[in-house]
Write a protein that binds this ligand. Structure first.
Ligand code: ZN
Length: 46
């Protein structure tokens, strides 16, 4: 499973293969930019 992080307020876009990594990157980005909101999308790969 892979996860894509996307920020609503800037052009941040990143793929992570682990949920904990994705979560930590999202939290770090929001900590650095308190007015940004990062969403994590699961990438479905058949
Ligand atoms: Zn951002």
């Amino acid at each position: 499973m892979a996860y894509r992080l996307r920020c609503d307020s800037c052009d941040l876009e990143r793929e992570c293969t682990d949920w904990p990594d994705a979560n930590r990157d999202a939290r770090d980005h929001e900590a650095e930019h308190p007015d940004h909101w990062v969403t994590i999308h699961e990438l479905q790969r058949a």
